[in-house]
Design a protein around this ligand. Sequence first.
Ligand SMILES: [Zn+2]
Length: 215
Amino acid sequence: MLQHLDMTTHYNLIKQVTKSVRNLKLRVRIDRSWDHFLVGNETLLSKDMILIDEKGDQINASIPMEIYPQFKEKVQDGSVGKRYKFKAKISDIDNKYNWHYNCCESDQCRRKVELKYPEWWCDYCSISMKEPTKRYKVQFEIEDSTCKKLITTFDDEAEYLLQRPLDELLKIEKQENGFDLVSEILEEPIGKEYEFEVRITKYNCENGKDSSLTV
Ligand SMILES: [Zn+2]
């Protein structure tokens, strides 16, 4: 994984990088890389990475998806873009109090909407709506023999793990002891083992970045 982006002899060091310097040549290796997705959406925004040079200095880099194909071959650290399947146990739930979110009514968008009283507003679509759509967004902590990490599950995955559609949970929440009942349901997957598929590099395991998942 020692991948040199540029092998020319004249190059700058990361500590020489300033806002005013342009056309830098850095000789670095990719320490970690991951796919940057829009939350609640399958849209890939960029390939992000941490670069490290011979002095051990680090810098964040981000290649927007529009130009990523030009760089793809140079940015291979051996695992970029691959899907990993692994078995892991769900060890905790991270957002017991905030397990769903209000999103745009457009199926193509599904981004988070803001309450601009008395309506809800989607910044991306520039539309307002009377009622937002509610979607699952449940964060679980999972662990296997090598690491612990947080994963974010959305509609289908969360519904599978919790064995209930979102509407049912929302109804239960409205009952008198609804909060406790929902808490119990959210904790049901804890201790169980599932097969996960993640679309990230193995280095994400170390820095705990979340990812989308298929069970
Ligand atoms: Zn929208």
